[in-house]
Design a protein around this ligand. Structure first.
Ligand code: TNX
Length: 469
């Protein structure tokens, strides 16, 4: 039971650990009204406190896990890393009464209790991600931060931002200003355009990093790149490029020297702004380019990304190129990922019929698409990455990522409607060992989260598959 003298005690305080303690205090203060002091370790254990301990604990919790011990005496959260402490705090939050999420003072009937017990927890996969398409429709910095907050609640650690597509370019590039100023004004169906200044982007990267989330920027090439041609028309092919000899390739031209100059400028600036190790180059759905031209293009893009100190990621079509073993391949259609594996590339699993957050839940869902499948909550939950594809095992997979494409959504409320509650389902697929996953158990646990989302102002789809209470 937390009382009004509850404090957070931090042992071996680093700035980061103190910041995590502060984040926990900020969750507890508004609803409880308790002052929640943060104290450095006094060396002796104190009753009635929450202790955050950063230390090489005995339990095998990896780089992101934690041990949480709750007794009537105190709460002890221990981890080897600050990321582990941060994830542990999300668990403390979930164990406290729902009203802890209230922005105004409340008094739960049974008091501010946390059920006693010991939890040893660590993630199954190192890559647990979601993607937000800010290109088809633009999302503001505040909206993206709201999306990041949801990722953090469910211990996801990767935010992939789809920063460019035919309908819009969303990041300021100082050496090529027209990309944003001309390529960024449009959106799907004539909606509001917009772009992130480099300061905006840095703000998002920082906000995500404070929540132990790595940002993966994606710049789409060579198809899905009409916004680049709007900005710099000279990037368009004027003569047929192979594949279909009658057709001119509609994306940025792989035969033009200027294409690689622009890409070099873009990748240099994106790399300098991005602390994470990856840059995603898209490369999906290319038609009217011969397989050979496409392969050469991807290899040159891979060189550029590497030259600027980053590792490349591409959608699974990149298997046609000669890939470096450091390159990651993102599976979405399932038919070509094995060819990438054969080259030593590891996989991010985003199979559309399971984890595409832009698929409709049912035929009647007003938002979303249905080309891959209808994906209700159970479909998103009830699958195993390690057995999803014959011949692909856990050792081939870095993890799971759920993309949210934005053809049909214009704001964060609509994005939340499609993400919730499928994103927590996929988060559990990526975090929890398969042997501990049970749909019947999950659906009841999930139901208890809806009152928290309502307090947090998070929109969701009330799927009839879940026994909401
Ligand atoms: C396919 S997934 C695409 C996207 C669309 C999405 C809509 C992928 C690599 N390409 O361009 O937005 O389907 O579901």
């Amino acid at each position: 039971m937390l009382g009004d003298s509850v404090a957070i005690v931090v042992n071996s305080p680093t700035d980061t650990t103190l910041r995590i303690a502060d984040m926990l205090a900020q969750i507890i203060r508004p609803s409880t009204g308790f002052p929640v002091a943060i104290r450095r370790d006094s060396g002796r254990s104190t009753p009635g406190v929450i202790e955050l301990r950063l230390s090489p604990i005995g339990a095998d919790v990896g780089d992101e896990g934690y041990v949480l011990a709750v007794s009537s005496y105190n709460v002890l959260l221990a981890a080897r890393t600050n990321a582990g402490l941060f994830h542990g705090i999300q668990t403390i939050r979930q164990l406290m009464p729902t009203q802890i999420e209230s922005h105004i003072g409340v008094r739960p009937t049974l008091g501010w209790t946390i059920p006693p017990g010991i939890i040893t927890d660590r993630p199954r996969y190192a890559w647990r991600g979601a993607m937000l398409d800010v290109a088809r429709h633009f999302f503001t910095v505040n909206e993206v931060k709201q999306f990041i907050d949801i990722l953090a609640l469910y211990k996801l650690n990767t935010l992939h931002l789809h920063l460019s597509d035919d309908q819009g370019w969303r990041l300021e590039i100082k050496s090529r200003p027209r990309l944003a100023t001309a390529g960024g004004v449009s959106a799907m169906g004539g909606g509001r355009g917009g772009f992130f200044t480099q300061d905006d982007y840095a703000d998002l990267v920082r906000y995500a990093a404070e929540r132990f989330i790595t940002v993966i920027p994606e710049i789409e090439m060579p198809a899905h790149s009409y916004s680049m041609i709007v900005a710099y028309p000279e990037l368009r092919c004027t003569t047929p490029t192979g594949g279909n000899p009658d057709a001119t390739f509609g994306g940025i031209c792989p035969d033009s020297v200027e294409t690689y100059r622009v890409l070099d400028d873009v990748v240099r600036e994106v790399a300098a702004l991005t602390p994470g190790p990856y840059i995603h180059i898209g490369a999906d759905e290319v038609s009217n380019l011969s397989p050979d031209k496409f392969a050469r293009f991807v290899e040159r893009a891979q060189d550029i990304v590497n030259r600027h100190g980053k590792r490349m990621i591409g959608w699974e079509e990149i298997f046609r190129a000669k890939l470096l073993p450091t390159t990651l391949t993102q599976l979405w259609r399932t038919d070509s990922a094995r060819a990438a594996l054969a080259q030593g590339s590891k996989l991010i699993l985003s199979p559309a019929p399971k984890v595409y957050l832009d698929m409709k839940y049912t035929a009647g869902t007003e938002l979303g698409l249905d080309w891959a499948a209808l994906v209700d909550v159970r479909t998103a939950y009830d699958w195993d990455p390690a057995t999803y594809l014959p011949g692909i095992t856990d050792a081939d997979i870095v993890g799971v990522e759920a993309p949210l494409w934005s053809e049909t959504i214009r704001n964060i409320t609509a994005a939340e409607y499609l993400a919730m509650p499928r994103l927590p389902a996929i988060a559990e697929v990526a975090w929890t060992p398969r042997t501990a996953q049970r749909w019947e158990d999950f659906r009841t646990r999930l139901a208890a989260h809806a009152p928290r989302w309502r307090l947090l102002g998070i929109n969701y789809y009330a799927s009839p598959q879940i026994p909401w209470n």
